[in-house]
Structures are given as C-alpha cells and as structure tokens.
Unconditional design. Structure first.
Ligand code: LLP
Length: 423
C-alpha cells in the first residue's frame, strides 16, 4: 500500500535513472516519458481485488496495454478504437474475467458491431443500450452501470454521479431495466458504479452501500460487482492517497454480505485509470522564450495545452520541475507563469479553475533548459490533440533500465494524411 505523504522537488535532472537532458536530446521535445516501475507498483497495491480492470482512457498506448496484460490486469474500453487497441495488445474477450469489457452510455454503430463480433461483455450505462444489444445479441450476459444519485470528482467536470450527470442508469430505473433485459433474453450478471474521477474516501465509501442495495434489487443473477475507478493521487504535497486497505475491506464486506444472501461467489473488480498511471508520466518540454510582461515573468515552452489539456480544462495543478541543460542546479528561484506556444491566451499550465493565471516558484532557468510537467501519465497524452496543427509528441517507456520509444513524433505527412482537396 502507498505511503500517505509525497514530496515534489522543483529541480529534477533525472527520471528513473535517466538524464532528462539525454532523453530530451535523443527523442526531442516535447515528449512524454513513462516509468513502468511506477505502474507496476500501483498494480501491486491493488492486488487484493479479484480483477483490476484498467480504464485505458487514461493512457491508451498499446505498449502500456500490453504490459498491463502481462501483469494480469484486464481492460475497460469505451469506444471502438479502445476495443481495437485492447485486441491489438493481445486481450481476449472470452477469458475469465473477460479481458475486455465495453462500458459506455451510448452504443455508436461501430462499437456495437465490434462488441457483437468479438463477444465482448457490455456494461450498459443507458436503458436503450439493453434493447440495442438485445436486438443483435440475444442471450448475452450484461452488466448495468448504475448512477446512485450522488457523485464526486476533483472537478465538477469529472463528477459522474447525480442528476446533473449523463452517466449510468438512474438508481430507480433498475426494475425497468430488468424488464427490458427479460424482453431481450439478456441476463444481468454484473453491477457497476463509478461516481467520478479524483474523488475521496468519504464519497467512495458511500458507493458500497448503494451497490449493495442495487444488487439486492437485481437479485441472484449478479456474479460480479465493480467498484469503478476514481481513486485520487497526490498532485500536491498536502494531498493524500486513499487508505487502500480500508477501502478494500469495505468492498470485501459488501461482497461477503451479497455472497451470503445469494449463496454463490461474487467477484470484486476495481476500475482505475489515474491511480495506475498518473505518477508514472512526465512531459518534458524545452523553455523556448522567457519574457517579462508587467509584473509577470513567463517561461514559454514548446509544449502547450494540445499536449497536456488538464490545466486549461479543469484548472488542474501539475507539479513542475526544471532540468538545466548542463545538469547544474541552482539556489536561485523566480516566481513565473508557465505557458505554451499556442495562439490562445488559455495556453497556460499555471492556471486555476476559471482560467485565472497563477504564478509558481521555480528555479531560475534560461532558454534551452528543460521544464518537466510531472504526474502527467493519466489523461495527458490521451487527451492531446493537433490543435494549431501541432504534431503529437513521442511517448517513451522506461523499462528495465532502458528507454523505449512506444510512439514516434508525428510528421507533416501524419498530420495531413486524411485530408484531400476536391477537384
Ligand atoms: N471507469 C469509468 C466508467 C470512467 O468513466 C472512468 C473515468 C474511470 C473508470 C477511471 O477513472 P479514474 O480512476 O481515472 O479516476 N480527464 C479527466 C478525468 C476523466 C475521467 C473519465 N472517466 C482528468 O484529466 O482528470
């Protein structure tokens, strides 16, 4: 289990034993680097659960998925593209527990087709999905994703419970769903709740209670329950981890009571994204300009919100460190605003929710030094884009002491490959 406190340094010359300057020179900047050892530790933390189902939306590179699979982790997929990634990484749907589960609130036509073709179990987040699946795959087992009527997240935008959220089947609609399932010859064997991302122990604990009630309503066909994801990790020194032992015990007790009632085994899954990968990831950028603007000094990087969108989307805080090009350290600090290259004022990494620019105390640096956005493994590259026609950056995995490129930098050809000018 993880320790309760974390500390972040604002100077970092290496990542998992590799010099930042060397990584930057070998792969160019910006680039994402992931330390596999960190992911492996987080997987081990959750080993008490019967299945760890990785929410690959957090970081979906197929090399990461492959390593997850080899470590005994299974995956969640939310789209046709995520199903294709999981298949490419070697997951099989008909293993036990299923290597892939499709969880969504909507079936688009591609995902419905793939789910049927590969016999992928579906976790339905809307009653309509039951009829849509029943029409093409009667006789299947399904899970229901229930919205328990409350939720919580690090931002209102990542709260997935309650009536303002579009997610899940409303907790009073279970009966109606069972009728729909019967009508379609589908059997509800799984129950799932995910109330938000970056939540806290207090809210997560309430989910066990809601889950027990929902399972009792469905009855003895239930064989698997999923606690969803949402486990927080510290982005700031004062933030803490959830006590995983206590969390597991709550769910274990819930599962035991259901087993007693139903008279058969209930499997307990957890579905984390952030917890597994956030701390493994670093976005290395180069400082390309330093300028004073009134009372502010800006460090302007070659990475922008096209590479890491969390600050502009949620006012999310990421620890930032500096690596001097020559490997030196300094006692000198400056209060700076850190921004990117995009033609948009919101392209600022040091901002708070609402877009208010804030300053950060960072080591004095020069143009050509490196700046590292840390704890960037989750929802970092995965949410990156080609905005301003920027090329998406390479991803590098550090594994067994070696640097392995797992996605190369895009080129102009990659950027333009799908576009045509009509006659
Ligand atoms: N299960 C379901 C059904 C989900 O929708 C999600 C996340 C997870 C599991 C994993 O949640 P986690 O363990 O990572 O908290 N882009 C936002 C986070 C959005 C989360 C979306 N769903 C961010 O950067 O904070």
């Amino acid at each position: 289990m993880t320790s309760a406190t974390t500390s972040f340094s604002t100077q970092r010359n290496e990542i998992a034993g590799h010099s930042v300057a060397e990584i930057a020179q070998r792969f160019g900047t910006p680039c994402y680097v992931y330390d596999w050892a960190s992911i492996a530790r987080r997987i081990a933390d959750l080993s008490a659960f019967d299945a760890i189902r990785y929410a690959q939306k957090a970081l979906s590179n197929i090399a990461i998925l492959d390593r997850m699979r080899r470590s005994g982790v299974v995956v969640d997929a939310v789209s046709a593209g995520e199903i294709e990634r999981a298949l490419r990484a070697g997951f099989v749907a008909n293993s036990h527990p299923s290597g892939i589960v499709y969880t969504a609130d909507v079936f688009d036509r591609e995902s419905l087709e793939l789910v049927v073709k590969h016999h992928i179990p579906v976790n339905c987040g809307s009653p309509d999905m039951i009829d849509q699946l029943g029409a093409v795959a009667p006789g299947s087992n399904i899970a229901l994703r229930i919205n328990p009527g409350f939720g919580h997240g690090h931002s209102q935008k990542t709260n997935t419970g309650g009536a303002q959220s579009k997610h899940g089947i409303w907790h009073t609609a279970i009966d109606e769903c069972l009728i729909r399932a019967d009508r379609n010859n589908l059997c509800v064997t799984g129950m799932h709740m995910h109330i938000g991302s970056g939540t806290d122990f207090e809210h997560l604990a309430q989910v066990c209670v809601a889950m027990e009630q929902a399972c009792l309503e469905v009855g003895r066909t239930v064989k698997t329950i999923s606690a969803g994801g949402g486990l927080p990790i510290p982005y700031k020194a004062e933030q803490t981890y959830v006590d995983l032992e206590q969390y597991y015990q709550l769910w274990h007790a819930t599962r035991n009571r259901l087993q007693d009632k139903f008279g058969h085994a209930i499997e307990l899954e957890i579905e984390p994204g952030r917890y597994l990968v956030a701390e493994s990831g670093y976005l290395i950028a180069e400082i390309r300009a330093i300028k004073a603007m009134g009372e502010n000094t800006f460090y302007l990087l070659d990475a922008g919100f096209n590479d890491l969108a969390r600050p502009i989307l949620y006012g999310a805080y990421h620890p930032i460190s500096v690596a001097h090009r020559d490997g030196s350290t300094t006692q000198l600090e400056r209060e700076v605003v850190v921004g990117g290259p995009l033609c948009e004022s919101g392209d600022i990494f040091t901002q708070e929710e609402g877009g208010f620019v804030s300053r950060r105390q960072l080591p004095a640096a020069s143009v050509g030094d490196y700046l590292i956005l840390e704890v960037a493994g989750a929802y970092g590259f995965a949410m990156s884009s080609n905005y301003n026609s920027k090329y998406r950056v390479p991803e590098v995995l550090i594994e067994d002491g070696q640097l392995k490129e797992i996605r190369r930098r895009e080129t102009a050809d990659d950027l333009l490959r799908l576009e045509t000018i009509p006659e």
